[in-house]
Design a protein. Structure first.
Length: 69
């Protein structure tokens, strides 16, 4: 699976999530400082940050991104 497919899969999973406790945990990750985040999340953020802007996918919502599949 490519990184783009993995991101879409993750977005799809989050979009279908109904467990409020899991959603709260995800929101906590988003609000946490870099020191508080798991190493895997920090690595994904670094990979994302290193990509040239022209290689990024512009989207306004996960639904729009999922419809591009």
């Amino acid at each position: 699976m490519t990184i783009e497919e993995r991101k879409i899969s993750l977005i799809n999973w989050i979009s279908n999530l109904e467990d409020e406790q899991k959603i709260n945990q995800i929101e906590a990750f988003r609000k946490a400082s870099m020191d508080d985040l798991p190493n895997e999340i920090v690595e994904l953020l670094k990979i994302s940050d290193s990509e040239p802007i022209e290689d990024c996918i512009a989207h306004s919502s996960s639904r729009n991104l999922l419809n591009k599949k």
